[in-house]
Design a protein around this ligand. Structure first.
Ligand SMILES: *Cc1c(COP(=O)(O)O)cnc(C)c1O
Length: 380
């Protein structure tokens, strides 16, 4: 099955054995009748499994070319489950330019439980090798990175993790399986904040994992059930409905993203534009190889360079909405230094380029003329 067909039918065999409903029903139930003790139809308690959630889990496994999917109450809950694979003393090498909440989970929760994190620039994959020792267990990659749109070569990183027998986990939230399929590139675990493009309508908070290996999947299922941070049936339904239009939405996100990146790149008041499809992007060739297109996320700085110059723009926008989050049908603008990345110390964030005048756009699927007119009037 090709991707566009999988988005609609992937993993959806036998979705409603009861009545043949085309969409899996929302099984809003915590428990299931058993004819005799243990005599159930595969579902006994909804923390362990729920048919609506299972339908979604099968869908993400199919889209990511994995064999197993797991749905959690948020993206961070999904990452939390991955980290519970490890023990005190274990070390993880992570991208240094990463989602603020992931950084906070790593440093403020799991460091206290004895995990050690190394935050490393991965523009050159070989750079990670100097951080590998006997305690290293996993490499954590986010690509494109948030908000600087760095591109990390997943295949190259995978060749290193395979050599050293380490797990490779990829946060695929920005790219989605439409643009990039990390398992095919050698990753062991793919993670999504399904809150973003996967659900796609800014109406649900959810996390997803996809894995290929059976033993690894079983460990993660154990953690999902034992820790219990599952996605509910209603949210699972919404995410599954979102998935069915992922490919058409992504196509438009990419078209609009390109037009806006090119517009900003020519604008006299704009300094730098970070979008992996621009000719001047340092890892454009890697993006062109591992991604199908360049996505709808981009960031830029003003020539003025001040906090005030960025704040003025995000206060003036009308079609774009100033808000956290990304990946929905509507265009959003954010100011990372004071919003999504406020939990990262100024010194740390400026090292990775998150300066005061940086604005991040999640380009939606509205008419491109309205989006560009809006930016024109806001930038002045
Ligand atoms: C939003 C986001 C997360 C966290 O997901 P939640 O659903 O908000 O918990 C993780 N990684 C990236 C790249 C994100 O954008």
């Amino acid at each position: 099955m090709k991707f566009n067909t999988k988005a609609i039918h992937g993993g959806q065999e036998n979705i409603d054995p009861a009545y043949g409903a085309v969409m899996p029903p929302i099984y809003q139930t915590s428990t299931y009748h058993q004819k005799t003790p243990g005599g159930h139809k595969g579902f006994e308690y909804s923390r362990s499994a729920n048919p609506t959630r299972t339908a979604l889990e099968n869908a993400i496994a199919s889209l990511e070319n994995g064999n197993h999917g797991l749905a959690f109450g948020s993206g961070l809950a999904a990452i939390d489950a991955i980290l519970k694979l490890f023990k005190p003393g274990d070390e993880i090498i992570s991208t240094n330019d990463l989602y603020g909440g992931t950084y906070r989970l790593f440093t403020k929760i799991f460091e206290d439980f004895g995990l050690k994190f190394h935050f490393v620039g991965m523009n050159n994959a070989e750079h990670i090798e100097q951080y590998i020792n006997d305690n290293t267990k996993m490499v954590w990659v986010e690509t494109p990175t948030n908000p600087m749109m760095n591109i990390i070569d997943i295949k190259k990183i995978a060749s290193i993790t395979k050599k050293h027998n380490l797990l490779l986990a990829v946060d695929n939230t920005f790219a989605t399986p439409y643009l990039q399929q990390p398992i095919d590139l050698g990753a062991d675990i793919v993670m999504h904040s399904a809150t973003k493009y996967i659900a796609g309508h800014s109406d649900v908070v959810m996390g997803l994992l996809a894995v290929k290996d059976q033993a690894l999947a079983e460990k993660l299922y154990f953690i999902q059930n034992a820790s219990g941070a599952i996605a509910g049936p209603q949210d699972s339904f919404l995410a599954l409905r979102g998935i069915k239009t992922l490919h058409v939405r992504m196509q438009r996100h990419c078209e609009n993203g390109k037009a806006i990146a090119e517009f900003l790149d020519q604008h006299p008041k704009i300094d730098k534009v970070y979008w992996p499809g621009l000719e001047n992007h340092p890892n454009r060739d890697v993006a062109a190889t591992q991604m199908k297109d360049f996505g709808g996320m981009l960031s830029f700085t003003t020539k003025e360079g001040t906090l005030d110059s960025a704040v003025k723009i995000v206060e003036k926008i009308k079609v774009f909405t100033l808000a956290e989050s990304l990946g929905g049908v509507e265009s959003l603008a954010g100011h990372p230094a004071s919003m999504t990345h406020a939990s990262i110390p100024k010194e740390e964030r400026e090292k990775t380029g998150v300066v005061d005048s940086l604005i991040r756009l999640s380009v939606g699927i509205e008419d491109i003329d309205d989006l560009i007119d809006d930016l024109k009037q806001a930038i002045g």
